[in-house]
Design a binder for this molecule. Structure first.
Ligand SMILES: Nc1ncnc2c1ncn2[C@@H]1O[C@H](COP(=O)(O)OP(=O)(O)O)[C@@H](O)[C@H]1O
Ligand SMILES: [Mg+2]
Length: 287
């Protein structure tokens, strides 16, 4: 009998995640029985699957406790629940900093102008968020502090970063790892417009394309990837990882995001070979 794999998504993810219609047929062609399922579907028996792969559970950001409780109850899950718990709060970026890895300079819950990072423009984001929800770009320190105060009043943790202008032209470089190794890189364009404030509906990115990363980007992404097992000790190996790099004010690559929970893999843009690497990684995780 063929091994059974669940590609785990959400109500919206099942409709719009562009990776699913590429990944599912490729896994089926390799002889696996694949179901596309919602993580919150009460009728699914997760013990039936040889592997459940978290893909586009994008609604976890406002249902995180429920999502992590679900993940803890799934017998064979990738990425493993310990990794999901650590990664779904951007507070994990502090662990990367402590490990000596280059991360976008970030100030947590600042309450006065003097505490803001040196910049002419800032980004404010909640530490638990996805799809740029409740995230905004500001030119006035008072607006920054107002946004922070709104988030903290709601019991959330606020992060303030310099707005890295390199994102406007060079964009963001998503470094994808499948199985234990690097797979491909995709350039993403900018997302936050000056003056637009907080928006909840930024979800499509038109300008995605495969790029060849620089040796420096390769080295930094690899160092971040290699650090994960020591930062989440005891967890099963990750099946997929995405490390989003941007250039800092001096032009050096720094980590904007480490995505181990529900990274888009950009399969529509991925070069030949990425899909085969994904299939091999899934087969490996089943064994
Ligand atoms: N410090 C920053 N400088 C420039 N752009 C940023 C910065 N932080 C976030 N952004 C923009 O906002 C988007 C979403 O922020 P990100 O940190 O990736 O969180 P998430 O993707 O989880 O919502 C990024 O893809 C980028 O376009
Ligand atoms: Mg992001």
């Amino acid at each position: 009998m063929s091994a059974r794999v669940a590609l785990v998504s959400s109500e919206r993810g099942l409709r719009v995640d562009p990776d699913l219609p590429i990944a599912a047929p490729a896994l089926r062609a390799a002889g696996l029985a694949v179901d596309l399922v919602r993580w919150d579907d009460p009728d699914v028996d997760w013990a039936d699957y040889d592997l459940a792969v978290v893909r586009s559970c994008w609604d976890y950001a406002w249902r995180r406790a429920e999502f992590l409780a679900w993940a803890a109850a799934v017998p064979r899950l990738r990425n493993p629940v310990e990794v999901l718990a650590w990664n779904t709060d951007k507070a994990h970026l502090r662990d990367l900093v402590a490990a000596g890895l280059p991360v976008v300079p970030t100030v947590w819950d600042p309450t006065d102008v003097a505490a803001l990072p040196e910049a002419g423009e800032w980004v404010v984001k909640p530490s638990i968020s996805a799809g740029s929800r409740d995230t905004a770009r500001w030119t006035q320190p008072a607006a920054v502090l107002g946004h922070v105060a709104e988030l903290t009043a709601a019991g959330r943790t606020a992060m303030v970063q310099p707005y890295l202008a390199s994102v406007d032209d060079a964009g963001e470089t998503a470094m994808l790892f499948l199985g234990g190794r690097f797979s491909h890189a995709v350039r993403k364009g900018p997302l936050l417009q000056r003056g637009e404030g907080v928006r909840q509906d930024r979800d499509s990115r038109g300008d995605l394309r495969a790029v060849e990363p620089t040796p420096e980007q390769r080295a930094i992404a690899q160092a971040v990837f290699d650090a994960v097992p020591s930062l989440v000790p005891g967890a099963a190996p990750v099946l997929y990882a995405r490390i989003d790099l941007v250039a800092d004010a001096g032009g050096s690559p720094v980590v904007l995001e480490l995505e181990l929970a529900e990274p888009s893999l950009f399969l529509p843009q991925a070069p030949d070979g990425a899909l085969a690497q994904l299939v091999a990684a899934v087969e490996d995780a089943i064994r």
